[in-house]
Design a protein around this ligand. Structure first.
Ligand code: ATP
Length: 455
């Protein structure tokens, strides 16, 4: 794994994974842009999540709700009142610090001065004006989590899919938080993506489902290549436990800057649906909610055994896509000493996450038959639908191997004189991790590649 953030930042920029946002204007703190390979890696990680959460199960539906929502969503969700971090001002260097877990911060992170204010609450939501009029009513917020769109669509999903408990709704999308101190590359940013599941169950079955989801989510991260020894769990307690949460387990990963939260799995009880439902008093809610004067819809389902309407409990595994990508990159980053005394950098990404699945390299740049054969192979493999297959004609296969090691391409195929001259049109298949090469006939390539990537 990577030892420092700097080596990751440098690889990401050099090879086109991640760039500083607005770089040509001096940058924008807490915003990063994903480059040609970053977007592939991100899409692959999202697809793996969606596959595991939606396609591989038959009790979860997908959703893509709007980022801009009615301001009442945030009034009743509790975000307007309580989505804050404690902030401290330094009188000396004028910087602002996020106090967070160390609420009694006494020394400025930035200049070391002890001349700092008492912590005060800072709301992390970005406020924005909607429409051409600017007045006291015309505001809303950019969503600070994707979850609220799931709760507000609860009835729509139930009615359109005829779901009964237990079932879940999954969503991937952008969230925005005006973090006081964004830092550590893409670990803490102001605009990021979340992959969230809200899993609804009967009260009383919530603790069992909470544990189930902690286990399933941990296994999923292992399947993305994270090593067990680099994962820890934190049972959130006391002041750090959100007011709506009965229990929260954070999955921590050993990032270059230390063990930090990768995903939180919370038992949110009936707080969310109970907050947004009409006729709150009918349901005997267990959570303490703000009286709702604006909701038009009851967010409840029929409990067939007891033949009454209940507001379900909700288990929420909430993962950061950007943090996930940083974890996967950290884990995959490898510096290797080779037998001949040289060294190489290799990204040992799981094949399903690799931004480029296969690179097809003609040995000779200017030999039309070789170039044609290579293009034909690229086109045939691209049709398999595995992701990006790259035809790359630089004429320097050795350099190509090194570059593809660095960006994690699991397989390189070299097309040479044998391919155009010999029966079966053999090509050389070179494996990233072992650097071993084998000869495969062109006609066998599609099934060879499919076998490799689909398991
Ligand atoms: P932290 O304590 O690190 O601020 P949090 O507990 O506020 O995180 P949640 O509200 O539980 O985070 O959000 C769920 C997930 O969303 C987090 O586990 C993380 O992966 C991701 N996430 C939250 N805030 C950010 C951010 N500012 N930048 C990148 N990812 C984030």
């Amino acid at each position: 794994p990577a030892k420092t953030m700097d080596e990751l930042v440098s690889l990401c920029k050099r090879r086109g994974f991640i760039f500083q946002g607005s770089e040509i204007y001096g940058g924008m703190q807490g915003a990063y842009d994903y480059g040609p390979l970053g977007i592939e890696l991100k899409n692959n990680l999202k697809a793996a999540w969606w596959r595991a959460m939606v396609y591989d199960r038959d009790d979860v539906e997908g959703l893509d709700a709007a980022i801009i929502q009615n301001k009442y969503v945030y009034k009743y969700s509790g975000h307007e009142d309580t989505f804050t971090d404690p902030m401290v001002d330094c009188h000396e260097c004028k910087s602002r610090l996020r106090a967070d877990h160390m609420k009694d911060i006494k020394v400025c992170d930035n200049c070391g001065s002890t001349n700092v204010t008492e912590p005060r609450d800072f709301n992390l939501m970005f406020k924005t004006n909607v429409g051409p009029m600017v007045n006291e009513e015309s505001y809303t917020y950019l969503r600070p989590e994707t979850a609220q769109g799931i709760f507000t669509n609860f009835k729509n999903v139930v009615d359109s899919t005829s779901r009964a408990l237990p079932f879940g709704i999954a969503q991937i999308g952008k969230s925005f938080r005006n973090e006081i101190t964004p830092r550590n590359f893409i670990f803490r940013v102001r605009e990021f993506e979340q992959m969230e599941l809200e899993f609804f169950c009967k009260p009383g079955e919530d603790e069992k489902w909470h544990q189930t989801w902690v286990d399933l989510r941990t296994q999923w991260w292992l399947d993305q290549g994270l090593e067990k020894e680099n994962i820890e769990f934190e049972h959130v307690t006391g002041d750090d436990l959100a007011h709506y949460s009965k229990a929260t387990v954070d999955i921590l990963y050993k990032f270059p800057h230390g063990f930090e939260e990768l995903e939180g799995i919370a038992n949110r009880t009936d707080y969310d649906l109970g907050s947004h439902t009409k006729a709150q008093e009918e349901f005997g809610l267990s959570a303490k909610v703000k009286p709702n004067a604006h909701s038009t819809t009851k967010l409840a389902v029929r409990d067939l055994e007891e033949n009454k309407m209940v507001v379900p409990f909700c288990i929420e595994p909430s993962a950061g896509l950007d943090r996930g990508l940083l974890a996967v990159l950290t884990e995959a980053y490898t510096e290797e000493e080779l037998e001949n005394g040289s060294s190489r950098t290799v990204l040992k990404l799981k094949p399903h996450l690799a931004p480029i699945k296969v690179a097809v390299l003609p040995l000779k740049k200017n030999k039309p038959e070789i170039v044609e054969a290579a293009k034909g192979i690229k086109n045939r493999l691209q049709k398999l639908g595995l992701g990006r297959i790259l035809y790359e004609n630089t004429g320097n296969v050795g350099k190509g191997y090194r570059r593809h090691d660095e960006v994690g391409t699991p397989i390189c195929i070299t097309v040479d004189f044998d391919t155009i001259e010999q029966e079966g049109a053999p090509v050389t298949v070179r494996h990233r991790d072992t650097m071993e090469q084998e000869v495969v006939n062109t006609a066998d390539l599609p099934s060879f590649i499919l076998n490799y990537f689909v398991n």
